[in-house]
Write a protein that binds this ligand. Structure first.
Ligand SMILES: NC(=O)c1ccc[n+]([C@@H]2O[C@H](COP(=O)([O-])OP(=O)(O)OC[C@H]3O[C@@H](n4cnc5c(N)ncnc54)[C@H](O)[C@@H]3O)[C@@H](O)[C@H]2O)c1
Length: 342
């Protein structure tokens, strides 16, 4: 029996997943979360989430999708430098793992999957602000997100609302190991793809090989150390606060106009890395003296979202950068005070 308020989040112990779980619980949804804790932390998962420590690549996850109405698929290997260092694992998690989630959802008759693509898909574009049509991935991470996009297209083709689901090649010619009893063919599976730009806010992961730029700057400056800038500091980024992103997540659950669509989720404003450092330093009342290192491989020089499509549904990124930064700083201060940041 499907519960229209039951939501499954993959990557629930990560930054966006844990924030989304808190928001959904506050809104009265039932939340089931999966994560293998490769990057996320168990303590990030809010109380009230039915948590399963499991890998998205395993078929054992299929039974968890029974009765689920909406899936948010956020689990990924997503540090670009790590992905460049290990393209094979990038493909295993971000491509095969993603297809496994799509398949689990299809078999369980899930109504809708909202899944994470990325602004990295625009790495090779020089059109700013960048519309959703400008797909030009370069890095292994971005290419893995592109592969997810193509698999979602194929799932829409064979299992979406206008598809001939009963005659699909997958259901007609199952492998000898396919469990026929679990094949669901009478509910359309809807997809929404979200291309997040630089999402920031509390619980942002600061443990990965290359920290997200804001957390990295805040931590270093709070410790009285000098931050590192990769490249010249002129790279520009479109930052969007996590609560604003969650507003759009809720819209995806409630508004069927999001079905079958792809949306840029950014603020539509970009700041250079140097500007961000300057802003954080002013807020902390310190003078930065950054260490400059070689630019990182596979990173775009500019990200700037064209958010016309998301705005057309009534969504607006509401949080000014300074207020969002205040909350991000407060979170890191608390983590440091609790001794969780060495
Ligand atoms: N944060 C951003 O600014 C941003 C920007 C663009 C795209 N995205 C995408 O949004 C999604 C969420 O990003 P985030 O910032 O919350 O990342 P995150 O690293 O904080 O969270 C990802 C979670 O996925 C889990 N995970 C990784 N591999 C797994 C596996 N094989 N099985 C189960 N769990 C696994 C990790 O343990 C982690 O908790 C990702 O798909 C990412 O690519 C994020």
């Amino acid at each position: 029996m499907k519960d229209s308020r039951k939501v499954l989040i993959t990557g629930v112990a990560g930054f966006i997943g844990s924030n989304l779980a808190s928001r959904l619980l506050a809104e009265g949804y039932g939340v089931l979360g999966i994560d293998n804790l490769a990057y996320g932390l168990r303590e990030n998962v809010p109380d009230g989430v039915e948590f399963h420590r499991v890998d998205i690549r395993y078929k054992e996850i299929y039974s968890l999708f029974e009765g689920v109405n909406t899936v948010f698929h956020l689990a990924a290997k997503n540090c670009i430098a790590d992905c460049q260092a290990d393209p094979v694992e990038t493909a295993e998690i971000n491509v095969a793992g993603t297809v496994n989630i799509f398949e689990a959802a299809r078999r369980a008759g899930v109504r809708k999957i909202v899944y994470a693509e990325s602004s990295a898909l625009y790495e090779g574009s020089d059109i700013y602000p960048t519309p959703e049509s400008e797909v030009r991935p370069e890095s292994f991470y971005a290419v893995s997100k592109l592969a997810s996009m193509y698999f979602a297209e194929a799932y829409k083709r064979y299992f979406g609302s206008s598809s001939p689901r009963h005659s699909s090649p997958i259901t007609d010619h199952p492998s000898p190991t396919t469990d026929h009893s679990s094949l669901v063919t009478n509910h359309p599976l809807h997809f929404t793809a979200l291309r997040y730009f630089c999402v920031y806010g509390p619980v942002q992961d600061y443990r990965r090989t290359i920290h997200p730029v804001m957390s990295a700057f805040i931590i270093k400056l709070l410790k009285g150390e000098q931050p590192t800038i990769y490249g010249t500091g002129e790279k520009r980024r479109d930052f969007v606060y996590v609560d604003d992103v969650n507003d759009f997540h809720l819209l995806c659950i409630k508004d069927d106009r999001t079905n079958g669509k792809t949306f840029n989720i950014g603020s539509g404003i970009s700041y250079s890395v140097k500007e961000i450092l300057g802003m954080i330093a002013r807020m902390l009342a310190v003078t930065p003296n950054p260490v400059y290192k070689d630019d990182l491989p596979g990173e775009a020089q500019v990200t700037l979202a064209d958010i016309t499509q998301a705005r057309a549904l009534g969504w607006e990124p509401k949080t000014p950068l300074e207020s969002g930064l205040e909350k991000a700083i407060e979170y890191i201060r608390e983590e440091m005070a609790a001794g969780r940041i060495p």
